[in-house]
Design a protein around this ligand. Structure first.
Ligand code: PLP
Length: 433
């Protein structure tokens, strides 16, 4: 590796990285190949995004074709057919009522867009007091100032304040009694009632929106207890507060449906998307917006721009091509049905790790799983980092995040690969202290 490389990588300790960079050369199906020629089983779907597996020929070809035909067109005051089709196809697979799509280039931009739409919606209705935003403990909503403000991971905010002021947070709907959960915990819906307390404290008439990940992802895979999201929805409705689901991770088959909203039977007013939207192949994000919210913007003068917001690369032709091909590949491969079939196998293989002495908790839902390790005295996160390194040396890519080993494989994973993932992780844990 060129030790003098100018690269400054995201969320990376640069000095160890520069000493021993982890470099990949190619990817196909469930595997990466490193620059030194090793095959590595990808148990992270890249970064929760390559849901249909790496190198899908139809997606690759669609990007190639688009690049050769229409390299770029602005989305300000103009567009192109694939953008219209992509929006229509997303609405077709979304829960009823989510009728419009605003395109961005990442999850962070999708979140900031959703927060801005929420505030502007209330403005458009003449309710300008509603500016406050409510997030949740351990929520991850990207790295824009808006998303960071509503996120619930303090360490990520420490160096960047002050953030948005008008923000409050719900607690995580989780406690030690819910350890070793598979699917939705049966207890814990009452955690939604803390929203009532927050609304009381902050005055419900000043709150614009609540944003949650239906399943907390990066913060450590926490599923919503049965009835919890329903109760959040009811409370938001009662108080005129918009509900935003951040489905950047949970969208596109991760829980066996196009969106977690369908898995859990709760429809938000706004839904953020990214990652699996293009199978990770071209950066793209988006916000699905309810018809009701959209219509509230459509009352001003005809020639006036209703939403003063957007990005140069919104609905980029290459991203739309990749997105349309991704939706087709999901359909062709029957990914939702495959996940519904294989998720129980995944979850029971994950839960079997509970007997391993270093394991404090296992949380598995859909094709997501966090294995939380007992922290090593005086060295927070060291066990998970060491376990991830051992897995990598043994040919398995997993993600260490705090004390958690987090797993979210491409959704084409088969039973043999699931067994290999958990056997390799088990051996890695057995080998460390
Ligand atoms: C739930 C959620 N929201 C937003 C984001 C931010 O997405 P991006 O990294 O594409 O900006 C992420 C990224 O992991 C995420 O998991």
């Amino acid at each position: 590796m060129n030790q003098t490389s100018a690269l400054w990588a995201p969320f990376t300790a640069m000095r160890p990285f520069n000493r021993q960079p982890m470099l990949f050369d190619s990817a196909a199906g469930m595997h990466y190949t490193t620059t030194d020629g090793r095959q590595v089983l990808d148990a992270m779907a890249g970064l929760w995004c390559v849901n249909a597996g790496h190198g899908q020929a139809r997606i690759v070809e669609a990007i190639r074709e688009a690049a050769g035909r229409l390299d770029f067109v602005s989305s300000f005051k103009m567009s192109h057919p694939a953008a219209l089709t992509m929006a229509d196809q997303l609405v077709a697979i979304a829960p009823a009522g989510l009728d419009k799509v605003f395109f961005t280039n990442s999850g962070s931009e999708a979140v900031d867009t959703a927060l801005k739409i929420a505030r502007a919606y209330h403005q458009a209705r003449g309710d300008s007091r509603r500016t406050k935003l409510i997030g949740r403990a351990k929520g991850y909503h990207g790295m824009g100032f808006g998303g960071l403000s509503v996120s619930g991971i303090g360490r990520q905010k420490r160096d960047f304040g002050p953030l948005l002021g008008d923000v409050a947070h719900l607690p995580l709907p989780y406690d030690a009694s819910l350890r070793f959960s598979s699917g939705q915990p049966e207890q814990g819906a009452h955690y939604a009632d803390t929203l009532l307390q927050l609304l009381d404290i902050h005055d419900p008439a000043t709150v614009a929106a609540v944003i949650v990940e239906p399943v907390t992802g990066s913060g450590g895979v926490y599923a919503p207890p049965l009835g919890y999201l329903q109760r959040l929805r009811e409370i938001c409705d009662r108080h005129g507060v918009l509900l935003i689901f951040d489905e950047v991770i949970t969208g596109f088959g991760r829980l066996g449906h196009s969106f977690a909203a369908q898995t859990f039977g709760v429809t938000p007013d706004l839904m953020t998307l990214a990652k699996g939207l293009t199978n990770g192949a071209v950066p793209m994000g988006g916000v699905l917006v309810s018809g009701t919210v959209y219509e509230a913007f459509m009352n001003g003068p005809e020639q006036a721009i209703e939403l003063m917001h957007g990005y140069t690369y919104s609905a980029h032709p290459l991203a739309c091509a990749a997105g349309l091909a991704t939706l087709a590949v999901h359909e062709e491969l029957g990914i939702n049905a495959h996940v519904q079939h294989i998720a129980p196998v995944w979850q029971s293989a994950a839960l079997a790790l509970r007997e391993q002495g270093l394991v404090l908790d296992v949380r598995a839902i859909g094709m997501l799983c966090a294995v939380e390790l007992k922290p090593r005295d005086g060295a927070p996160g060291a066990r998970a980092a060491e376990a991830a390194q051992r897995c990598f040396d043994a040919g398995l890519l997993v993600r260490a995040s705090g004390e958690n080993i987090v797993l979210s494989p491409p959704l084409i994973v088969n039973e043999e690969q699931i067994a290999l993932i958990f056997d390799t992780l088990h051996c890695a844990l057995d080998a460390i202290a």
